[in-house]
Design a protein around this ligand. Sequence first.
Ligand SMILES: Cc1cc2nc3c(=O)[nH]c(=O)nc-3n(C[C@H](O)[C@H](O)[C@H](O)COP(=O)(O)OP(=O)(O)OC[C@H]3O[C@@H](n4cnc5c(N)ncnc54)[C@H](O)[C@@H]3O)c2cc1C
Length: 437
Amino acid sequence: MQRASDSRTATTDSGSRPRVVVIGAGFGGLRAARGLSDVGVDVTLVDSNNFHTFQPLLYQVATAGLDSDDVCFPVRAIVRRRPAVTVRLGTVTAIDLQQRHVTIDHDHLLTYDYLVIAAGSVSTSFGIPGVDEHTFPLKTLNDALALRTHLLSLVEEVHASGGVEHDLGIVIVGGGPTGVEMAGGMRELLDKVLAKDFPHLHLDRVPITIVEAANRVLGAFKPKLSQRAERALARRNIRVEVGVGVASVEPHAVVLKDGRRLTGQTLVWAAGVTANPVAKMLGIELGRGGRIPVEADLSVLGYANVFAIGDIANALDPNGTSLPQVAQPAIQGGVHVAKQIAGRLAGQPGTPFAYHDKGSMATIGRNQAVAEFPRGLLLSGALGWGAWLGLHIVYLMGFRNRANVLVNWAWNYLTYDRGSRPIISIPTNVLKRSETR
Ligand SMILES: Cc1cc2nc3c(=O)[nH]c(=O)nc-3n(C[C@H](O)[C@H](O)[C@H](O)COP(=O)(O)OP(=O)(O)OC[C@H]3O[C@@H](n4cnc5c(N)ncnc54)[C@H](O)[C@@H]3O)c2cc1C
């Protein structure tokens, strides 16, 4: 059997090396680009940002636990030692599947022999009135910085105007890992850090509420872990409203479907994502959540030379259920499509993608996390927290970031402080809304 790397002599009809365009330098796109860097193709990796974002720790930037550059890594540095990979900073604005080219920033064409679409997902309001105008999403670095700036400024405003802690109410919509982690992070920022700066404000009494439409938080976890998480939230004075949806959002209130209004000055939308609008550029019928339908080998239905991976793809497990929009399907998908392209060049047939679930975890705060691993292993409390810390460090990109995060976490743990608290003045229109939303 010919090995994938033997395909380095492969050429196109014009005699040049095959060109692969990878859209997105997220978890999936980076793995695909790395995997393709030594199989005899020229790879162009396109991203709107010059950095890769480690989204699982964005909530720590929003709650002043980490610096913004601890969770980002320059894309060019990641592929520096891979001469076959060229980075192109720019936003994909059109894709022509027939002509085989993508358009960057409306005016530059990149032709391809193979295309890998890994543009991720964007926050969605599900069409609920007021969400886009009055809530903070948490999907990009800009989102995290906007939320941090808002929170820190608000406490200053309440202090300056002689207000009280109840003027600072926080409502988080979405009881998945992002909502739960945000709530825990905000509680620690208020109680343990800002309370020392504003001793006359009783910041431990700031109401924090999580609203979740399902009947428990962390619905993707075993019910036992949801219960443990709810108990840990209650101990932190975080209220949980489950089994009720959101009807609309007003400037300072979330209106529930049962008619109740939860007021707050900080309204956070952590209720869900939909496929990145790049999916619509294909002009094909899309699947659940606007995701791109793919064959078993992750090629786009009807286009054997185009692959979609990660959050933007609607890859199915053997039971026909869509894979979750989390990091592992993207990472494993990236590795898989690189092998598929190398195999195609070597004249081999495609092979189906087999996703290996490595488990899920969410932290509620200091010494408290829930973790669920394959073969039924469940962890919670300090053990779960240890596993959460360790795995996030392992998956973080780059030695410098890992070292910084470790130092920051150790500092925060030992001193009950958080150093990343500058109130930055970036124009609201840049900060308030993420660029991809
Ligand atoms: C707050 C938060 C917390 C999360 N926590 C966890 C967690 O704890 N564990 C977990 O497994 N998963 C978590 N996730 C989900 C995980 O981050 C995603 O599933 C994962 O990032 C998907 O990888 P991807 O490669 O598909 O897309 P992404 O990693 O989102 O990468 C997409 C890339 O495409 C680029 N892009 C988008 N549009 C364009 C365009 N038009 N042109 C050029 N470039 C473009 C973006 O800039 C981005 O770099 C979290 C997500 C969020 C938002």
